[in-house]
Ligand binder design. Structure first.
Ligand SMILES: Nc1ncnc2c1ncn2[C@@H]1O[C@H](COP(=O)(O)OP(=O)(O)OP(=O)(O)O)[C@@H](O)[C@H]1O
Ligand SMILES: [Zn+2]
Length: 527
């Protein structure tokens, strides 16, 4: 076929054959993944497995060009496969609508590939694939983009840095009291609306712990008191929720959150010595004010509904959106709870009602505190932590990934580089490369040995596991799983528990440190 002969001319017959015979796993079929899958089927790869846990959303269509309108709500992996086959039907693609972290994707399964390529968007999944590839000793092409910036590199056990060799920035967190009592910027109000109020109204008790809030300042007495008062207020709000569906419900929630609670905060004089105190709002006052109504009507006639997204709403409009979205979301929750008592509604930037609610409540809070209000469009970007995805960046990165894949399959890892896509008017070049870094000798993830341990995880206890480790000459061990202490010589509460009861099941990794401080990562294999 002409396509194959062109490839042979470009990369040589021998490499073209290696590429055709190789088995490649592609993790993620989103922005980078769509570009990558198209590249792979067009450049000689014949055996590809693609996995993605998600379904197609309207907001993906502008850049994930393997997907079209009729594919919305369908599996990304399956549709990506079908669309890519239209480019080249002569390729064997297996698609999986699953999470790569599922147990069936064991170290042995990873070993069945020659190369893994990550096209992911989150640290957690990247860390997992990194670990699996190290344990299976399979090279991993890692990629990422953020706006105009991009990066591609290769990870190979013992030869290069792994994904975890350098600490990664964790997402920004905010002190609890800034969010709950003393916000000073629009993002504080958005985080409050999205992570606190939304969860309180539409979540369930288990969702109460929020990662975006740090507990670091809960040490002093004042803060502890304030937190206790806030907890009481939250309980009172939950009591109002019991009246959902009755007359005046939205108004009661409004007056509780933006009047009663704010009045209490305002009465804490110490808090406002060096800050401007908040001003409570009342539902009736706003809704009966004709001045605001006139402004809203003027705005509505001047601008189409679409533009409403891009301008800051008047106070009255904001209250109306609050009212409407609150009623819609509570009624959605009531319906969901008819079949599942634990059901909750999650915030999703692409779910119009949840975004309406968060925009309205964030802006009402901003109003209360004299903070700049934001348009729905701006709130969407801030609440979704969105850096706009750029199709061209994804395309360039996916192209570089294939070039790296060729080198890896050609056993030329020494020639591989980490490449960065940089952006800026004064930069002489768009892509800069640097040699691959050596493994960090202190890296806990790649500098340890990996062993597979066969054990009946259902019947065996932690004590049985310890005996097995002792047989493997690991004495006086400490055992952890993902940061959770399972056992150490001073903590033996779990000794008689079965592994399965501690969720130590097939495919799970545990970290074992022995008396000589030897660190070993053990992959459990259920037999
Ligand atoms: N654990 C996982 N297993 C399988 N696929 C995953 C996993 N984690 C993330 N993904 C997939 O990786 C892809 C990353 O693509 P991308 O960064 O374009 O994200 P997106 O969700 O499509 O877009 P956006 O986040 O910008 O709305 C997504 O399709 C996502 O479903
Ligand atoms: Zn490492």
């Amino acid at each position: 076929m002409a396509r194959d002969s062109h490839l042979e001319t470009t990369i040589g017959k021998s490499l073209a054959k290696t590429v055709a015979d190789s088995r490649v796993l592609m993790v993620g079929a989103g922005g980078i993944g769509c570009e990558l899958l198209k590249n792979l089927v067009m450049s000689g790869f014949k055996n590809i497995e693609v996995i993605d846990l998600d379904t197609i959303d309207l907001s993906n269509l502008n850049r994930q060009f393997l997907f079209q309108k009729q594919h919305i709500k369908k599996s990304k992996a399956h549709v990506a496969k079908e669309s890519a086959l239209a480019f080249n039907p002569d390729v064997n693609i297996v698609s999986r609508h699953q999470n790569i972290k599922e147990q069936e994707f064991s170290v042995d399964w990873f070993k069945s590939f020659d190369l893994v390529m990550n096209a992911l968007d989150n640290l957690d999944a990247r860390r997992h694939v990194n670990k699996m590839c190290l344990a299976a000793n399979i090279p991993l092409v890692e990629s990422g983009t953020a706006g105009y910036l991009g990066q591609v590199t290769i990870i190979q056990k013992d030869k290069t840095e792994c994904f975890d060799c350098q600490p990664k920035e964790t997402p920004k967190t905010f002190p609890v009291c800034t969010i709950r009592s003393t916000p000073s910027t629009p993002i504080h109000c958005i985080v409050w609306a999205k992570s606190y109020l939304f969860g309180l109204l539409f979540g369930n008790a288990e969702d109460d712990d929020d990662e975006t809030l740090s507990q670091e300042d809960s040490g002093d007495e004042e803060t502890a008191k304030e937190l206790a008062a806030l907890a009481q207020e939250a309980q009172a709000l939950k009591a109002i929720l019991a009246s959902a569906g009755t007359e005046g419900f939205a108004q009661r929630v409004f007056d509780k959150v933006f009047h009663t609670d704010i009045q209490r905060l305002r009465s804490m004089e110490d808090m406002w010595k060096s800050r401007k105190p908040p001003t409570p709002l009342k539902y009736d006052d706003i809704m009966s004010s004709t001045e605001d109504l006139q402004k809203a009507m003027d705005a509505a006639t001047l601008e189409s509904q679409n533009l409403k997204d891009q301008r800051v709403w008047t106070l009255r409009e904001t209250v109306e959106v609050f009212h409407e979205s609150l009623l819609k979301l509570t009624s959605r929750l009531t319906t969901m709870r008819e079949t599942d008592a634990e059901a909750s509604v999650q915030f999703d930037k692409d779910d119009a009602e949840t975004l309406d609610f968060v925009t309205a409540t964030a802006n009402l809070r901003a109003h209360v505190y004299g903070i700049e209000e934001k348009s729905r469009f701006q709130v969407k970007a801030m609440a979704g932590n969105i850096i706009p995805a750029i199709a061209t960046t994804n395309a360039i990165v996916a192209g570089m990934m294939v070039m790296l894949a060729f080198k890896v399959l050609n056993k030329r890892i020494a020639d591989c580089k980490t490449s960065y896509l940089v952006y800026g008017r004064h930069r002489p070049q768009l892509i800069v490369s640097e040699p691959l870094a050596k493994p960090n000798p202190k890296c806990y993830i790649c500098r340890n040995s990996y062993i597979g341990l066969k054990i009946d995880t259902v019947k065996s206890t932690v004590q049985d596991l310890i005996s097995l480790l002792e047989e493997n000459s690991l004495q006086e061990v400490e055992i952890q799983e993902n940061g959770r202490v399972i056992y150490d010589p001073d903590f033996d509460d779990n000794a008689e528990k079965t592994l399965a009861s501690l969720e130590l099941t097939d495919g799970k990794f545990i970290d074992v440190v022995d008396e000589d401080d030897r660190k070993i990562i053990v992959c459990l294999k259920h037999v």
